[in-house]
Design a protein around this ligand. Structure first.
Ligand code: PGA
Length: 230
């Protein structure tokens, strides 16, 4: 199973250090076959010791240059970062990242050999239109994306389930993952959206779920490790 923690705009450099130290100790009991990723804020990127991979929540598709406020490859290389989240709904929505921009970023980091956790997810109004509308919407988020990329991991995160405390139902996850798995030729597929210690076992036992991408419930090392060890 894959367990990914997305801190978003939470934690500082200092608190990330403490978190990771704590997690490192707790993860000694983890199944060696499980993989853990941590996406701290950019200010906390660094080399850390432990059985997990540090990735970046975002970056600009350039080595360096005049892109005020962004970080590029040069800044990521300093910490040997080789993993990135692309297409998260918060970036699509609040940072106005269009599918075209997302695809451009994907191609750039693919060419650089990055492991990419590529996020897709539908808003509530699409979910309410029914399964066909959901699949049509989700598949359109693969426009310009090389599904054949060997270092691709897909994360399905229904927007209405992100940070709301209300995860999708087992049936919704199961049906959507089954259909998505066919479309992405069986690439690893994570579920995200209000995953927490109380529902982790149920979610990771669904066929077609290869892991989880966790926001809120990952902010506490105790709660995140509880999920990894569940
Ligand atoms: P959540 O966020 O766990 O707080 O719902 C998930 C995500 O956005 O990756």
């Amino acid at each position: 199973m894959i367990f990914a923690a997305n801190f978003k705009t939470n934690h500082t450099r200092k608190s990330t250090e403490l978190y990771i130290h704590d997690l490192h100790v707790k993860l000694r009991a983890k199944n060696p076959e499980d993989t853990v990723y941590i996406f701290p804020p950019s200010t906390a990127l660094d080399h850390y010791e432990g059985d997990f991979t540090i990735g970046t929540q975002n970056a600009y598709p350039a080595h360096n240059g005049a892109y005020t406020g962004e970080i590029g490859l040069e800044q990521l290389d300093e910490f040997d970062i080789k993993t990135i989240l692309i297409g998260h709904s918060e970036r699509r929505e609040y940072m106005d990242e269009t599918q075209e921009k997302v695809a451009e970023k994907f191609s750039f980091f693919q060419a650089e050999g990055y492991e990419i956790i590529y996020c897709i997810g539908e808003p509530l109004e699409i979910r309410e239109k029914g399964f066909e509308a959901v699949m049509q919407y989700l598949l359109s988020q693969f426009d310009g994306i090389d599904i054949g990329y060997e270092k691709l991991i897909v994360a399905y995160e229904p927007i209405w389930a992100i940070g709301t405390g209300r995860s999708a139902t087992v049936e919704e996850i199961s049906d959507t993952h089954r259909a998505l798995k066919k479309a992405i030729s069986d690439k690893p597929l994570l579920y995200g959206g209000s995953v927490k210690p109380a529902n982790i076992k149920e979610i990771i036992s669904i066929a077609g779920v290869d892991g989880v991408l966790v926001g809120s419930a990952s902010l506490d090392a105790g709660s995140f490790s509880e999920m990894v060890l569940a």
